[in-house]
Design a protein around this ligand. Sequence first.
Ligand SMILES: Cc1cc2nc3c(=O)[nH]c(=O)nc-3n(C[C@H](O)[C@H](O)[C@H](O)COP(=O)(O)O)c2cc1C
Length: 398
Amino acid sequence: MGEVRRTAHAFFSLEDAYVLDVDSLLQGIPLTASDEAQIVAMAILTGERHPIDKRDWEVLMSIPTDRWVNEDGFDVKVVRGLLDKGLIVSDSGDSPYRELRERDEAMTATGWHPYATLYHYLTQWTGVDIRDGDRVDAELAAETAAGVRELVADYGLPPTELPHMASDHRVALPARARSEPFFRTLMQRRTTRAFDPERQMSLDDLDTVLRYGFGVHGYASRVEGVVCIKRTSPSGGGLHPITVYPIVANVEGVAPGVYHYNAGDHSLALLSSLTTEEAHELASTFMAGQSYFGTAHVSFVLAARFYRNHWKYRRHARAYAGILMDAAHLSQTLYLVAAELELGAFVTIAINGRDIEERLGLDGVEAGPIAVCGCGPRLARRSPLEPRFTPDRPPRPA
Ligand SMILES: Cc1cc2nc3c(=O)[nH]c(=O)nc-3n(C[C@H](O)[C@H](O)[C@H](O)COP(=O)(O)O)c2cc1C
């Protein structure tokens, strides 16, 4: 018999339990909560939620996190169930227990803040796909609008688009229009949902997007071996934990495939070759079936090397928020570089993080995806999914 210990990477909540009463259901009578709450375990190691019973709870309570105990003293079935749920780990060399134990050890060693693990791992997607047969974007746009109408019907109007505070002292600002190139570029920034399959993206443009969007423009070191890099976006602690995996679909002179952008020598390392169609499909699958983004000429998986940040911000309550912001800044810079090059651009966090990890060989603990952005030549016509912004503010319904 082997040894077990409890993982420190789990949360428990008390939730209302409902008794399934088929007669009531058939009569349309809503279910009522039972008198006793249900313990629900949130297993960080698997990213899954599991209802657990009192026997599970008692065994969990008596297995420590800081040392191994022989599993002999416990009910075999309960122990097996808790191992399968990733709530305790074992010293077994067999799959999947070995992998779960290694994940547990890696999570402790890489300085994750517990609340960040709860959010990150319990909100990751796998296998989400919004595609529905041959549905075209105009139909999707109509469905999205119908969904918004339903929200209004259910919850009333959203909070107003702009907050306005009354004050005795109002300073009217001059609103000077700027015509310098940078301001023109800023005004051109927008999300594109229709890329032109007939036009290749030039190597020059990819080069510029990588160099000015994600490239390195300087180094600084105050302590030997601890090096900060300069990018065109800011980064918490100057650590720049985000690295970029381009999925090249249709770029002149660059074979379609999954790459890693080696910013250090500004080169692309091919990880796996694809056809253009496969690259579009892979990118679309990564982005939960959003093929209007997946058909871009190049998509960039923004992956965090979590430990690069956690090395300094160990179990830090704000570290994860900083990592999300780092990715957001990089995507905004990509938008701006793309706007300057007259390319379309996008960003999304609606991604199948678990699937991306698997495909890119990321363990999800030391490194994992945060967002996907991308760019390429636009179609002349706008996608029906793109809102038309005008300077006139619509009146609020009475
Ligand atoms: C964090 C984040 C996530 C987004 N995710 C999606 C997405 O999943 N699908 C999509 O079509 N657009 C997505 N967008 C784009 C927004 O819909 C877009 O920025 C917004 O409609 C405003 O349009 P604009 O970017 O053209 O100004 C996302 C933007 C951000 C910042």
